[in-house]
Write a protein that binds this ligand. Structure first.
Ligand SMILES: Nc1ncnc2c1ncn2[C@@H]1O[C@H](COP(=O)(O)OP(=O)(O)OP(=O)(O)O)[C@@H](O)[C@H]1O
Length: 218
C-alpha cells in the first residue's frame, strides 16, 4: 500500500514579512521527493511546520488524509533530520543504534571506517562522521516518512555517493523528502521535485522549468 504525506493551506509570516503563502506538497512512500529553493526561501520553515515544531498562521498536514498537528510526536509516521546535530552528542554509537532499534554491524559493513567506534561517543567523531551517523539513522529507522534538511552538507563525496545509494534502497520502505544546496544531487535522485520560490511551491516536470526557476541545467 502506498502512503502519502500532504502539506497545504500553509501561511507563514514573520512580522509583516510573508514567507510561505501558496504551498502544496505531496510525498509518497516508494519515492524521493526533492525540494529546491534559494537561500532564505523558507524550505526549513516548511519542514518545521510539517514536523509541527514551528507554528504557522495556518496549515494542513495530512498523512493518508488524516490531519496530524504534531508529527514530532509520531516517529512511526515521520522522522526529521534538521540542519543541526539532533542526537545528544554524549551518547555512544552503541546506545544510539540501540535507541533507534538499528543494527550497528549492518552500518559498520557499509561504512567500515566506523569499525572501532561502537563504544565511542558521537562527540568524539569528526563533524562529517557525526553527520553521516545522523543521516543514516533517519534514513534507516522505522518510519513511514523521513524528511532530511541538507543531508549532504559536511559529507565527503564518497559519503554522499553512499548516502544516495542508501536513499535509493530505503525509498522502497518509506517516503523521503529532501532538500539540499547540492541541487544537482537532489535533481538526480528525486522522483518528483518541487521548487519553492516567492512563498509558493512549483511542481517541476522538466529541466527547462528548472532553468526558468533559476536553476542551471542539470
Ligand atoms: N524565527 C524567525 N524569525 C524571523 N524570521 C525568520 C525566523 N526563522 C526564519 N526566518 C526567516 O525566514 C526566511 C526563511 O528561512 P528558512 O530557514 O526557512 O530558509 P531556507 O530556504 O531553509 O534557507 P537555507 O537554504 O539558507 O537554509 C529567512 O529569510 C529567515 O531569515
Amino acid at each position: 500500500m502506498i502512503h502519502k504525506l500532504e502539506a497545504d493551506s500553509i501561511f507563514l509570516e514573520f512580522g509583516s514579512r510573508r514567507i510561505l503563502s501558496d504551498i502544496y506538497l505531496k510525498c509518497e512512500t516508494g519515492k524521493i521527493t526533492g525540494l529546491l529553493g534559494r537561500n532564505g526561501n523558507g524550505k526549513t520553515c516548511l519542514m518545521n511546520i510539517i514536523y509541527g515544531n514551528l507554528n504557522a498562521n495556518s496549515k494542513s498536514i495530512r498523512f493518508d488524509d488524516l490531519t496530524v498537528q504534531a508529527a514530532y510526536k509520531r516517529p512511526d509516521l515521520l522522522l526529521y533530520l534538521p540542519q543541526f546535530n539532533f542526537i545528544p552528542q554524549t551518547l555512544t554509537l552503541k546506545r544510539v543504534f540501540a535507541d533507534f532499534d538499528l543494527d550497528f554491524f549492518e552500518f559498520e559493513n557499509r561504512f567500515p571506517d566506523f569499525k572501532s567506534n561502537y563504544k565511542s561517543a558521537l562527540k568524539s567523531l569528526s563533524g562529517g562522521n557525526r553527520r553521516l551517523v545522523e543521516v543514516y539513522i533517519v534514513l534507516k529507522a522505522k518510519s513511514k516518512f523521513a524528511m532530511l534538511d541538507e543531508p549532504f552538507s559536511h559529507l565527503s563525496p564518497i559519503m554522499i555517493e553512499a548516502i544516495m545509494e542508501l536513499m535509493n534502497e530505503e525509498k522502497k520502505n518509506k517516503g523521503l523528502l529532501i532538500t539540499d544546496h547540492m541541487f544537482r544531487n537532489i535533481i538526480g535522485i528525486s522522483d518528483s521535485l518541487y521548487v519553492l520560490t516567492g512563498g509558493k511551491t512549483h511542481l517541476t516536470k522538466a529541466v527547462e522549468e528548472l532553468e526558468f526557476l533559476g536553476y542551471a541545467k542539470a
